[in-house]
Ligand binder design. Structure first.
Ligand code: FE2
Ligand code: FE2
Length: 387
C-alpha cells in the first residue's frame, strides 16, 4: 500500500473515531436515533471532493421478525446524502447466502469475470438500479453486535484495495457499536419513562378519581411550554415531568386527601408538605431535575403568597409556573369531594377574572397566563379528549 493511501486510510479512520467521540459526548437520550448516527458515519467514508472512497454504500440490518435483511443504498450528491427506497434481501436468495458466509470481501470485477457485465449478476437489481452504473468493485463487511447486518461499499476509484477494506472495517465497527449503544440507551430510556409513569400512577391511586388528571396536566403543560417558544427538548421534558407534580401526596394520609369538606389547620399543614415530600421522593438524579422543580414549586404564587417556600416571580422555576396553571385549570374542571366540576367557560372566567381563592394577576406568571388565554381552546379539547 502506498504512503499516500496509508495516510488517507489513517485520516478517514481518525475522522470516524472523532465522530464516535462527538456523538458519545453529546448523547441526548431522547434524540439519539441510530439512523442519524450512521448517516453521519457514512458521510465520512463516502468518496468525492478529493477524498478516496466508494461512490455508494449499501447498509442493511437483519430484521429479526422476518429474518430478512432490510437496508438502503446511500451516496453523496453535492454533499447531500441521497438514499434509495428500502431494499429487502430475501433470506433464501443467493445474495443473502453469500452474505451469511463472508466476513470480509474485497472484490474487483476482473478478479472473477471476463466482462464487467457478467459481474453484475452478483448484485440485487434494486441495489444496481440505485447505483446508476455497473458495479466494478466492492468491499463487504459483516456488522456484528445486537443488530447484525452488513455493509457493502461499491465502486471505489480504480480498484478496491485492502486499504479500502481497513476503512470499511472501522466504519462497520463504529456502526455496530453505535447501534448497540443506541439500543441500550433506548431500553434505559423506556425503563426510565416506565418508572416515572409507575410512580405517578402509584400516587394517583391515593387520590379520588383523578385517573386522567396527570395525563391531562402533561398535555396542558407541554402545550403551554411549546406555545411559549421553549426548545422541543425542554417541552418534552416538562410534559413528562409534569405527571409527577403531586408525587409527594403518597405520604399524605388518605383521610386528608379524600376529606369531603374543608381541611382544618393541622390537615392543611400536612397537605402543604406534599411539595417537599415530592422533592424527597424524586431524589437527586439529574434526569429528574425538572420533575423536582415542578414538584417543589407548583403551588408557589407569582406574588410570593404560595407554599411551601413563598418563592416569588422568576425565583419560581419556569416549569413549576407552567404546571401550576395546568394543575389549577384541571382542578377547576374536575369534580372533587368538596366541589362540582366546572365547564371550560366557567374555568376560563376564573382564570381571567379570579374568584375568592384565585387572583390570576397575583398568582400566575403573566407570560404563562397570557399564553393560556391565547390557546385556552386547546385546553378545552385536551380536557374533553381525556375526560
Ligand atoms: Fe400539588
Ligand atoms: Fe394535581
Amino acid at each position: 500500500m502506498s504512503t499516500e493511501l496509508c495516510e488517507m486510510s489513517l485520516k478517514q479512520t481518525q475522522e470516524l473515531l472523532r465522530l464516535t467521540d462527538e456523538i458519545l459526548q453529546d448523547i441526548c437520550c431522547r434524540r439519539f436515533t441510530s439512523e442519524s448516527l450512521y448517516v453521519e458515519a457514512l458521510r465520512k467514508v463516502l468518496g468525492g471532493e478529493g477524498r478516496r472512497g466508494p461512490v455508494s454504500i449499501f447498509l442493511a440490518f437483519l430484521d429479526d421478525i422476518y429474518q430478512q435483511y432490510r437496508g438502503r443504498v446511500f451516496h453523496l450528491k453535492e454533499e447531500l446524502m441521497e438514499q434509495s427506497d428500502e431494499i429487502i434481501i430475501e433470506p433464501l436468495s443467493s445474495y443473502a447466502a453469500q452474505l451469511a458466509r463472508m466476513d470480509l470481501v474485497v472484490s474487483n470485477w476482473s478478479d472473477t469475470c471476463k466482462a464487467v457485465e457478467e459481474y453484475q449478476g452478483n448484485f440485487p437489481p434494486a441495489v444496481r438500479e440505485f447505483l446508476a452504473g455497473p458495479v466494478k468493485n466492492f468491499v463487504c463487511f459483516r456488522i456484528s453486535g445486537e443488530r447484525p447486518g452488513f455493509i457493502t461499499a461499491f465502486n471505489y476509484p480504480g480498484e478496491a484495495t485492502d486499504y479500502d477494506a481497513d476503512v470499511l472495517r472501522s466504519l462497520s465497527v463504529v456502526i455496530g457499536s453505535l447501534m448497540t449503544l443506541s439500543n441500550e440507551v433506548e431500553q434505559t430510556e423506556k425503563a426510565f419513562i416506565y418508572t416515572i409513569e409507575a410512580l405517578a400512577r402509584a400516587c394517583e391511586a391515593a387520590e379520588e378519581g383523578t385517573g386522567q388528571h396527570i395525563l391531562r396536566v402533561n398535555k396542558y403543560a407541554g402545550t403551554l411550554a411549546a406555545n411559549m417558544g421553549l426548545s422541543p427538548d425542554l417541552v418534552e421534558t416538562i410534559a413528562y415531568s409534569a405527571q409527577m407534580h403531586d408525587v409527594g401526596k403518597i405520604r399524605v394520609q388518605v383521610g386528608i386527601l379524600l376529606k369531603p369538606g374543608p381541611l382544618d389547620d393541622e390537615e392543611t399543614g400536612i397537605m402543604r408538605m406534599h411539595p417537599i415530600y415530592g422533592l424527597e421522593i424524586l431524589g437527586d438524579s439529574p434526569r429528574l431535575k425538572v420533575a423536582r422543580d415542578i414538584a417543589i414549586s407548583h403551588h408557589e404564587n407569582w406574588d410570593g403568597s404560595g407554599y411551601p417556600y413563598g418563592l416569588k416571580g422568576e425565583g419560581i422555576p419556569l416549569a413549576g409556573r407552567i404546571v401550576k396553571l395546568a394543575d389549577v385549570y384541571d382542578a377547576l374542571r374536575s369534580k372533587r369531594s368538596y366541589k362540582l366540576p366546572m365547564t371550560h367557560e366557567e374555568a376560563l372566567m376564573i382564570l381571567r377574572n379570579g374568584d375568592h381563592r384565585i387572583d390570576p394577576a397575583l398568582h400566575f406568571d403573566p407570560a404563562v397566563l397570557a399564553t393560556f388565554l391565547k390557546i385556552e381552546h386547546i385546553f378545552a379539547n385536551i380536557y374533553t379528549s381525556l375526560a
